[in-house]
Design a protein around this ligand. Structure first.
Ligand code: GLN
Length: 529
């Protein structure tokens, strides 16, 4: 089936004109019709039994736009021109990327009527590489969550491997769409794990690049010092192709890195012989503040996840990598508390612009003055997560508390970065090329299970958030399945700008496990009996 092909296969077929971009686009739209159900909406309505068996990856489908784009790719090919390395590859973008003339909502009621006047750089670059945009995927409101349930646009996305479960979040629609063959690639954003965690929950590849490697221009901002756009893909090679398209300096984003962009597909199959891959005990337990007792509690991760990661380490050892055990990453445990503070301060600050004046929702009620208009507009259109985050962000950065919270969190963030610097220091004690960890402490949880418990929800990011604090890259790739048939993700973390190396290490695992029985698993919903 065309919809199940990966991006590099599709691009090759389209380039050689064995299939047209138009055919590929129709196949993807057909898959969407078969599995997706209705897109998310802010209109009230019951979630039906039928809804519960569908993926609901989308907020907006851009089918007509996709058909036009595909036709122009086919015309270029007919004229002997090269439409680019992603010619005809269907992709989607998390609905936090602005796309010109297209609703760009951040899954919030406050932006439900917002049609963006310009296109985010990563989306524009995918299109310039020949990829065809099929639509905008659903997410947690403003990317504030780990399950996609907090979207103001319901039904929220569901996990294609088990539609009773969440696809993860906040880029849940993106991961679900790629897993279900609704597109070959998707763009997500990762502020604490929002690309890698849903990738792990849905058995796809997700890359959080080095901070600044991919431009943030045109993103609806969450935590400006943490946000990283990146690709979701069905395999490492596709992720490398997507990163090739989107990485690089951007005159519109002064924080976009000027470092040269390598060809991420080069050297992908060099293997891991002689590389040093670390394991850290800090990534095999979760350490959290028990809100009932106020004490610091430790919990082991799901045993099957631990086993999968240790087996992956054995695979790497058998391929000639050196496994370095017991790498100390002592500040990992502070990742979530520090994130709670820093991300809320940045979120509260970034949410100031939504005031009902220039764009977005404005209260239809009569108001006596400007400040009442602000209050009503924001009060009526922000969901619970933005409200909570504004309250906390304002509190911990207030003059009388900031030394205790915000400034202290910034200091601990520096210590988290130092853990990575020491682990990867080429002259240091460990000299790691990568750290191998579980992506998440658990597999995909049931819908409704922890929704509403912000603290528990946040611990889904315990192993992903340190890289956001450090600004370093990370990727999640499928590692296998648990006994319930739920995907398990393994994570590779590396030093600044080590994306090529991480992809190479990920690809070695793919090759070594390509004939493993679990590689043949498919989401049940793709093969209805
Ligand atoms: N789970 C994180 C939060 O709720 C979001 C993670 C992300 O990367 N957007 O803040």
């Amino acid at each position: 089936m065309l919809a199940d092909l990966s991006a590099h296969q599709i691009a090759a077929l389209v380039h050689s004109r064995q299939v047209s971009a138009a055919e590929v686009t129709e196949a993807a739209l057909e898959r969407i019709r078969a599995v997706d159900g209705r897109p998310g909406t802010i209109l009230p309505g019951e979630i039906t039994a039928e809804d519960k068996s569908r993926v609901h990856a989308f907020i907006t489908l851009t089918a007509e736009r996709a058909r036009l784009q595909a036709a122009s790719i086919d015309q270029k090919l007919a004229a002997g021109e090269d439409p680019g390395p992603l010619a005809g590859v269907p992709f989607t973008a998390k609905d936090i990327f602005c796309v010109e003339d297209t609703p760009s909502t951040a899954a919030s009621r406050i932006l439900a009527n917002f049609v963006a006047p310009y296109t985010a750089t990563p989306v524009a670059r995918m299109q310039a590489a020949g990829a065809v945009l099929l639509g905008k995927t659903n997410l947690d409101e403003f990317a504030y969550g780990s399950s996609s349930e907090s979207s103001a646009f319901q039904p929220a996305p569901r996990n294609p491997w088990d539609t009773r479960r969440v696809p993860g979040g906040s880029s849940g629609g993106s991961a679900a769409a790629v897993a279900a063959g609704e597109c070959a690639l998707s763009l997500g954003t990762d502020t604490a794990g929002s690309i890698r965690q849903p990738a792990a929950f849905c058995s796809v590849v997700g890359v959080k690049p080095t901070y600044g490697r991919v431009s943030r221009y045109g993103l609806i901002a969450f935590g400006s010092s943490l946000d990283c756009p990146g690709p979701v893909a069905r395999n490492i090679t596709d992720a490398a192709l997507a990163l090739n398209a989107i990485a690089g300096a951007d005159p519109h984003d002064s924080t976009a890195a000027a470092a040269p962009v390598p060809d991420y597909t080069h050297g992908l199959e060099k293997g891991v012989r002689g590389l040093r891959i670390g394991l850290s005990p800090e990534y095999f337990r979760i350490i959290f503040i028990n809100s009932a007792t106020g004490e610091i509690d430790t919990q082991p991760i799901t045993p099957e996840i631990e086993k999968t990661v240790l087996e992956a380490a054995n695979v790497y050892a058998s391929l000639g990598a050196e496994i370095i055990e017991k790498v100390p990453m002592p500040h990992t445990r502070y990742g979530i508390p520090v994130y709670f503070v820093i991300s809320r301060v940045e979120a509260a600050s970034n949410l100031h612009r939504f005031d009902g004046v220039k764009y977005g929702y404005r209260t239809p009620q009569a108001v006596e003055d400007l400040s009442a208009m602000y209050r009503k507009s924001r009060g009526q259109a922000f969901g619970p997560q933005p409200k909570l985050r504004i309250l906390m962000g304002m509190y911990v950065s207030a003059a009388q508390y900031s030394a205790q919270y915000y400034n202290r969190a910034l200091k601990v963030r520096t210590l988290i970065r130092r853990d990575f610097e020491q682990a990867f220091d080429p002259q240091g004690a460990f000299r790691l090329d990568a750290l191998l960890t579980p992506t998440t402490p658990t597999t995909a949880f049931p819908i409704g299970d922890i929704y509403g418990d912000s603290v528990l929800m946040q611990y889904a990011d315990q192993f992903t958030v340190p890289a956001n604090h450090a600004g370093t890259p990370g990727l999640s790739l499928p590692g296998g399945f648990d006994s319930q048939g739920l995907p398990i993700g393994i994570q590779l973390l590396g030093p600044d700008f080590s994306e090529a190396r991480l992809l190479q290490i990920g690809r070695a695992f793919e090759i070594a496990t390509q004939s493993a029985a679990w590689r043949a698993h498919r989401p049940a919903l793709l093969d209805p009996s």
